[in-house]
Design a binder for this molecule. Structure first.
Ligand code: PMT
Length: 404
């Protein structure tokens, strides 16, 4: 399993050699990327000798000048093939670049280009560590699901005492192993996820829709993929890019979503219905654009309830997880849907709350089963997706899920 150690320019850079060795002892294939400043503290040759791999220090290596394209491809490959990026030491400068999306050297470009989990082990002067700018950058990175292994207290290279010393190597190794193990707990499973808001046409130019952006469903798809699952993402229209390896099944209407879900559900061990599905469609769709002729009355008919149908057809061992978007008596309404629709669990979210729910990058929810009601406090949708999978995995262990 390939792991990339990013070394930025601080006195603790020498400790990165020890980190490389410790990760290799865990049977990991370690590659190293250094910032230019890091090379002032440790020679790339040290890491090349330890790892047996070329150390990337620049966007365009000097020897690649004649063939920048192959250099670029090699660098993109580094982003795509690594299973984790661990930056140790992470200076205030590299944290700021990550937080603000700057990509002016290879390490910061790699951070933007990779979808692998990222771990940072900050190391810096105590005042730099305590500075509100650094703390704000760490807050931003935490919200984006970067794992931060905080520095310890002690005497610092600058002669000051306090927080800022890079934490001990075993704590960093533990964090790396934590994200890697985490990634494989859905290995061998197929997860079917619905996302986005379905649309019901009134005429060729107008539709009845809802505020779903698809972010929650896509975050679940990404998390499932990170954890090793094969993912089928049945998605109503969104502006999002689907995760790299998932199988995207685009749909528009509730009827199309129903057909796709019923067609593919037998392949799945876990089905998660995060889509916001139209409950009604116009009884008649006009073939031509409707003209403005005064008050308009449209008759609606109920759509199919996909979640109920899926729950009724589920195989033994399959897990069916619904979502519920509520604006009042959230948990009570969620529990009512859990029982009425026959799902194994419902993730109920209060979509009237500011800053969470529809279209936001953040969400808060309660994970409901017939026996539990677990509060999942506000966090990024990416983090929530992982928390939801942790709960799903506790519902039933892989050996009792349906056979492939
Ligand atoms: O997409 P985002 O902008 O990130 O927003 C996320 C979200 C708010 C859409 C998501 O978190 C969410 O709550 N999704 C479910 C929305 C919804 O349709 O809830 P509901 O309470 O109306 O439906 C309950 C469940 O039944 C859902 O799993 C829904 O997919 C399903 N359903 C609903 C109606 C229907 N005709 N068929 C269904 O299968």
């Amino acid at each position: 399993m390939k792991v990339t150690v990013g070394v930025s320019g601080g006195i603790a850079a020498y400790k990165a050699a020890e980190l490389v060795r410790a990760l290799q002892r865990q049977a990991l294939d370690v590659h190293v990327v250094m910032t230019e400043a890091a090379t002032k503290f440790v020679q790339p040759l040290t890491f090349a000798s330890l790892t047996g791999h070329k150390v990337i220090t620049h966007m365009w290596s000097a020897e690649d000048n004649s063939d920048n394209l192959s250099s670029a491809i090699e660098h993109i490959d580094a982003a795509q093939t690594t299973e984790a990026l661990v930056v140790a030491p992470a200076t205030a400068d590299i944290l700021a670049k990550f937080a603000h999306g700057l990509a002016d050297d290879f390490l910061s470009t790699l951070y933007l280009a990779t979808t692998a989990p990222v771990i940072v082990a900050p190391a810096m002067n105590v005042n730099m560590w305590n500075h509100p700018a650094t703390q704000a950058n760490l807050e931003t990175l935490g919200q984006r699901n970067v794992t931060i292994v905080p520095p310890g207290d002690g005497y610092l290279a600058c002669g000051m005492q306090g927080s800022g010393r890079m934490t001990e190597i075993p704590a960093i190794v533990e964090a790396v192993l934590g994200v890697l193990n985490h990634r494989n707990d859905l290995q061998g499973q197929t997860v079917l996820i619905t996302a986005g808001g379905t649309r019901e046409a009134l005429d060729p130019v107008r539709f009845l829709g809802n505020r779903s952006s698809g972010k929650m469903g896509y975050a679940l798809a990404e998390a499932a993929e990170r954890r090793g699952a094969r993912v089928i993402l049945i998605s109503a229209p969104t502006a999002l890019r689907p995760p790299a390896n998932c199988e995207l099944v685009p749909v528009v209407t509730t009827g199309e979503m129903r057909d796709a879900v019923l067609r593919r559900m037998d392949e799945a061990n876990i089905i998660i219905k995060a889509a916001a599905v139209a409950d009604y469609r116009p009884r008649i769709k006009s073939d031509q654009k409707m003209k403005r002729t005064g008050p308009l009355t449209v008759e609606f008919e109920p759509t199919e309830d996909i979640l109920s149908e899926v729950a009724a057809r589920k195989h033994p061992g399959q897990l069916i997880i619904g979502f519920a978007a509520e604006t009042e008596n959230v948990v009570a309404h969620g529990r009512d849907k859990l029982l009425r629709k026959g799902a194994d669990a419902i993730v109920v979210n209060d979509v009237s709350r500011e800053g969470v729910g529809f279209d936001s990058d953040r969400n808060a929810a309660t994970f409901l089963t017939p026996h539990i009601a677990l509060d999942l406090q506000e966090m990024s949708k990416r983090q929530l997706a992982d928390r939801i999978f942790e709960e799903i995995l506790t519902l039933r262990r892989p050996q009792s899920l349906v056979a492939e």
